[in-house]
Ligand binder design. Structure first.
Ligand SMILES: [Zn+2]
Length: 336
């Protein structure tokens, strides 16, 4: 065979392999759920005694509201490997939590000047992960609620740019961060992309927390934020080293069941339900530890099946968050 023919044949073969890999990346991926069930191996929570998980009569009233700052629409197969091309909304949100001891944020949404912070980022970033429709800044939300100066602290699920982007709108408000998350971010993330995350975090004071509490609801450790069992943080690592989930346990159930906020352990509920990662191109771009992130996802899958009464809400899941966007009338009355 002539040399040109060999080259053409090789190119065609490589093209076929490439096309095959591209198609495969959209197909579902099998998880070995049987061998990964860490959840079953951990002790069940105590039925009584520590007041952490049962006995809602001991818990305070806690109000939770998602403040959506921006949205983008993607084919579902981008967010959920093996799904179809159905468009779904990806939200950029903060969560406002009112507890008797503090009014605080879980993640921070987007600040008023977010476009300026992103202006010097590469074209590819600005047209993919950094591409969204801006809706309402964090300060705009807080102003409409009369809370411009009413936030006691912001708890950050993790230190990716899209979770710290509201901080310029809350100058001086302390930031509570898992110590492992911050130490890992100091090794590169804070200063990557023209120090985008470091600039967004401004000079707000930092307060570190550790998961020093016992195993909680099958998760290997915990941190009880107010010591009353109502806000319990748990490690959901893999997306980043210290991605932090937050249980909300409360006595007022009329506006929603118990919640577990996931940070970015999943993007949308389907990641947990199937379970399935995002499309590998996105997953590999945003995940710091592939094996740990998959283990967390499978753990959450088992947890969700065991606890249908608890709403698991991912921080980009616009559909799930829409259930919790109405600020209760009692809250508005209290802020007049
Ligand atoms: Zn995110």
């Amino acid at each position: 065979m002539k040399r040109q023919n060999w080259i053409a044949l090789t190119a065609a073969a490589l093209g076929a392999v490439g096309a095959g890999l591209a198609v495969k990346s959209f197909l579902p991926q099998r998880f070995r759920l049987d061998t990964w069930n860490e959840y079953d191996a951990l002790p069940a929570p105590a039925a009584n005694g520590d007041g952490r998980s049962q006995g809602s009569e001991e818990l305070p009233e806690v109000e939770v509201s998602f403040l959506r700052c921006g949205v983008t629409t993607v084919p579902e197969c981008v967010a959920v490997r093996g799904a179809w091309f159905t468009p779904i909304d990806i939200a950029y949100s903060a969560v406002l939590v009112r507890h008797p001891k503090a009014t605080f944020l879980y993640d921070t949404g987007l600040c008023n000047d977010i476009s300026l912070y992103l202006a010097n980022q590469p074209w590819l970033f600005r047209n993919t992960l950094g591409n969204f429709a801006f809706e309402q800044s964090l300060s705009g939300h807080l102003r409409s609620l009369g809370l411009e100066r009413g936030i006691d602290f912001a708890l950050l699920s993790h230190l990716h740019w899209d979770h710290v982007s509201g901080i310029p709108d809350i100058p001086g408000v302390p930031l509570r961060v898992n110590r492992v998350e911050y130490e890992a971010a100091r090794l590169g993330l804070l200063d990557a992309s023209h120090a985008l995350v470091r600039r967004l975090m401004c000079n707000n004071p930092l307060e570190f927390f550790d998961f020093t509490g016992p195993a909680y609801e099958g998760f290997r450790a915990s941190y009880d934020l107010f010591g009353d069992g109502s806000i319990v943080l748990v490690p959901l690592p893999g997306h980043t080293a210290g991605n932090t989930g937050m249980f909300v346990n409360r006595s007022n159930r009329s506006d929603g069941p118990r919640l577990l906020l996931l940070g970015d352990a999943a993007w949308v509920s389907a990641n947990v339900q199937r379970p399935a990662t995002m499309h590998p191109l996105i997953w590999n771009k945003v995940t710091s530890d592939d094996a740990t992130a998959r283990q967390t996802l499978i753990h959450l899958h088992h947890f969700a099946q065991a606890h249908p009464e608890i709403a698991l809400v991912a921080m980009h899941d616009a559909t799930a968050q829409a259930r919790f966007t109405d600020v209760p009338a009692t809250w508005l009355a209290a802020t007049d």
